[in-house]
Ligand binder design. Structure first.
Ligand code: NDP
Length: 291
């Protein structure tokens, strides 16, 4: 079977990695990027550089976008609208579920199908079988291009017709990723202020993270059952513990903004009457109010 020709717009680290693996797998790749020079090495390897976004979109049915956000999509595709009818736009740019839904309507209004994607891989994970991407949008478009999308990440996880679903799944992974990785930056800063290096604390930080799946499974079942019983942990204990964390940072001359935000959250839970409940009761609080 001949490899499907692909248009790829956006050559940041992600788009560049995608173009590389598509070329490796024998796809004809047409590129456009605002900064054209980012395509130089790819053109040397056989990619076609389009002169305009319209020319790039017109080249192929399958048009993959890897841009900073959805505003960039409009900046690029609005001037190319004449070429949109019949195209399948696979938008792998990060943004909110609402923006993905609006983009799907906008694309449909121009005669194109819009598949939202949320890539759970860093640039060096592109082309590897163990990485995955969420997709949502028209099932027929996904089915038609699935084999090509599996060149980008070995796994594809189709979540449904609603254009917002893939963005939602991606963003809820991102809140876990960014806050967890930030907790690591805080731990390293605290370690450094006390004469320890990132490498010194690596085994302990890793062990902490390795325990998370068991922790999450235990709480997921109880949260879904509406059980926030304070039998194994209590929010009052959580607050006392977080205050020790904040004080340790402050005593060490290290920024305490992230631990302080967690302590404030626990305090709000206490004020809402959850002192003797599990700290999982915070989930109910988050769903009810914004500070
Ligand atoms: P970058 O933000 O570095 O690259 C963005 C691309 O968008 C570049 O090609 C840039 O063009 C283009 N762009 C931005 N604004 C405009 C605009 N107004 N008009 C035209 N082109 C524009 O992102 P990455 O490659 O790192 O990531 C792409 C997407 O993938 C992002 O949404 C990101 O959140 C997501 N993602 C990134 C991961 C990563 O580890 N990097 C991992 C998973 C997802 P130019 O070259 O001219 O600046």
């Amino acid at each position: 079977m001949t490899a499907t020709p692909v248009t790829l717009i956006g050559l940041g680290p992600m788009g560049h990695a995608m173009a590389t693996v598509l070329l490796d797998k024998g796809h004809q790749v047409t590129l456009w990027n605002r900064t054209a020079s980012r395509a130089d090495d790819l053109v040397e390897r056989g990619a076609i550089l389009a002169a305009t976004p319209e020319e790039a979109v017109a080249a192929n049915e399958l048009v993959i976008l890897s841009l900073t956000d959805y505003d960039a999509m409009y900046a690029v595709l609005e001037p190319a609208a004449a070429a949109l009818p019949g195209r399948v736009i696979v938008n792998l740019s990060s943004d909110t579920p609402e923006k993905a839904r609006k983009a799907a309507k906008w694309a449909a209004g121009h005669g194109a199908a819009h598949l939202t994607g949320g890539v759970l891989a860093p640039p060096h994970g592109i082309g590897k079988p163990e990485f995955s991407t969420f997709y949502s949008g028209p099932r027929a478009a996904y089915d038609k291009h699935r084999a090509t999308l599996e060149v980008l990440t070995g796994e594809t996880d189709y979540r449904g017709e609603d254009a917002g679903l893939a963005a939602l799944m991606y963003q809820l992974n991102m809140v876990i990723f960014w806050t967890s990785v930030s907790s690591y930056w805080y731990a390293v800063a605290l370690a450094k202020a006390n004469g320890l290096s990132a490498t010194d604390i690596l085994p302990y930080a890793s062990q902490n993270m390795t325990g998370m799946p068991e922790f999450l499974s235990f709480y997921a079942a109880r949260i879904d059952a509406g059980n926030h019983e304070g039998d194994v942990d209590r929010l009052a204990m959580g607050l006392a513990s977080m205050e020790h964390v904040v004080d340790t940072h402050t005593d060490s001359g290290v920024d305490a903004a992230l631990p302080s935000a967690v302590a404030d959250l626990f305090r709000r839970g206490m004020e809402a009457g959850h002192a003797a409940d599990s700290f999982s009761s915070i989930v109910e609080l988050l769903g009810k109010e914004a500070p």
